[in-house]
Design a protein around this ligand. Structure first.
Ligand SMILES: Cc1cc2nc3c(=O)[nH]c(=O)nc-3n(C[C@H](O)[C@H](O)[C@H](O)COP(=O)(O)O)c2cc1C
Length: 201
């Protein structure tokens, strides 16, 4: 694949467990994306130091957050990447708190887009910006768990000019290593990453 056609993918891992189930699927999805020539940026939410949104209205006039911490590196990646892979466990029928805090800090983008009428996307390639969301949960009844997390992911992605085009949901995976016992899940994750790297939808 030519350099100009290879998307830059921001891969966000949202679990507080560094080597759990979502991580195994995340790694496979990244392998899939790399096999299709994508350029990968890895981001583990647990390794970032940042404050929650304090609703200070500091972004109201500019769409720029006035709190200076690791989020400014994240903001740049969210604007400049072409594709997004998000892997997260379910915590309390929703997303892990620290990841939700990261999303809340994107209120600055919400202002940029919906108040100031500016584009958030700033990917040099001009490629269509799309995302895949991979999630795991402990209960076997995923139908109750994943929709609430997906709603938040959709709101987040819409605010940064990204379309959710693929999901992979794995219920009944609580124990570390549970997904490793199912090679078909690893295959599906690999394929999710590979499809995400395709230059066209
Ligand atoms: C704080 C916390 C809350 C959780 N809440 C739920 C829940 O609401 N529903 C569920 O099915 N599993 C829940 N789980 C289980 C995790 O989703 C499950 O263990 C998953 O495999 C964790 O993914 P990881 O290995 O990638 O960290 C919760 C786990 C934790 C630590």
């Amino acid at each position: 694949m030519k350099e100009s056609l290879s998307p830059r993918i921001l891969c966000i891992h949202a679990s507080e467990r560094a080597r759990g189930n979502s991580r195994a699927l995340y790694d496979e999805a990244i392998k899939g994306a790399e096999s299709a020539g994508a350029r990968i940026e890895r981001l583990a939410v647990r390794d970032l130091e940042f404050e929650p949104c304090i609703s200070c209205n500091g972004c109201d006039a500019t769409g720029e957050c006035v709190i200076h911490d690791d989020m400014h590196r994240v903001y740049a990646l969210l604007r400049e990447c072409d594709r997004f892979l998000i892997a997260s466990p379910i915590y309390f029928w929703s997303l892990p708190g620290r990841f939700k805090c990261l999303i809340d800090r994107c209120q600055a983008f919400w202002v940029k887009k919906f108040v100031l009428g500016e584009k958030v996307a700033a990917n040099a390639s001009g490629m269509e910006r799309r995302a895949a969301f991979i999630s795991v949960c402990g209960f076997s009844d995923g139908d109750k768990m994943f929709p609430s997390a997906e709603k938040i992911i959709r709101a987040f992605l819409s605010c940064i000019d990204v379309k959710l085009t693929d999901t992979l949901y794995v219920p009944g995976a609580d124990r570390v290593g549970a997904v490793l016992e199912k090679p078909e899940l690893l295959k599906a994750a690999f394929q999710t990453g590979r499809s995400l790297a395709a230059p066209t939808p």
